[in-house]
Design a protein around this ligand. Structure first.
Ligand SMILES: [Zn+2]
Length: 178
């Protein structure tokens, strides 16, 4: 296992945060509305603490191809890490927690259809601990109509699926023909 979940928590977002990464396709969309205030009570924030075994590990080119063929939507995510652009242009130098973040965003969009933004920050790069935060951007987020605990459980499952998917890519034998 390269990646472990230390803790995760789903709560209503209470403060405005500037996010680097977005499910919205097209890098241009990160600009104008990126600094907008969040609306308290209407958005959900999922905060995840991860531990990665090799903080400097990056995907090799065949693993990048495999990941993007599994989740083509990732390539179109807007991502501001190391300059404005699409995640498809950044995945080859993205850290594992940053890739988990985009996989989670992709699954949340698929599951609920709302737009999602996220951030990844090292808490302690030497020990491989990183904080991944994703937040719903749409006010139709299922806060009121869904009980809290099943929703947290579903977010947990989507996180676990995202990590499993990345682990499978990482454990793929290197294809000599790729
Ligand atoms: Zn990103």
């Amino acid at each position: 296992m390269f990646i472990q979940i230390i803790s995760c928590e789903l709560r209503v977002a209470e403060s405005a945060t500037r996010f680097d990464c977005r499910s919205l396709s097209g890098a241009e969309k990160t600009g104008a509305d990126a600094g907008k205030q969040s609306e308290p009570g209407s958005k959900l924030r999922f905060s995840v603490l991860l531990s990665v075994r090799e903080p400097d590990l990056r995907l090799n080119p065949s693993q990048v191809l495999q990941l993007l063929s599994l989740r083509p939507g990732l390539a179109e995510h807007a991502c501001r890490q190391q300059g404005l652009g699409r995640f498809g242009e950044k995945v080859h130098f993205a850290s594992l927690p940053h890739i988990v973040e985009h996989l989670l965003i992709d699954r949340l969009v698929e599951e609920y259809g709302f737009q999602v933004a996220g951030n990844t920050r090292w808490q302690n790069r030497a020990t491989g601990s990183a904080r991944v935060t994703v937040q719903t951007l749409t006010t139709e987020a299922p806060t009121s109509e869904h009980p809290r605990h099943p929703l947290q459980a579903r977010f947990d499952q989507l996180l676990q699926q995202a990590i499993r998917e990345l682990e499978e890519v990482l454990h793929q034998p290197i294809d000599a023909d790729a």
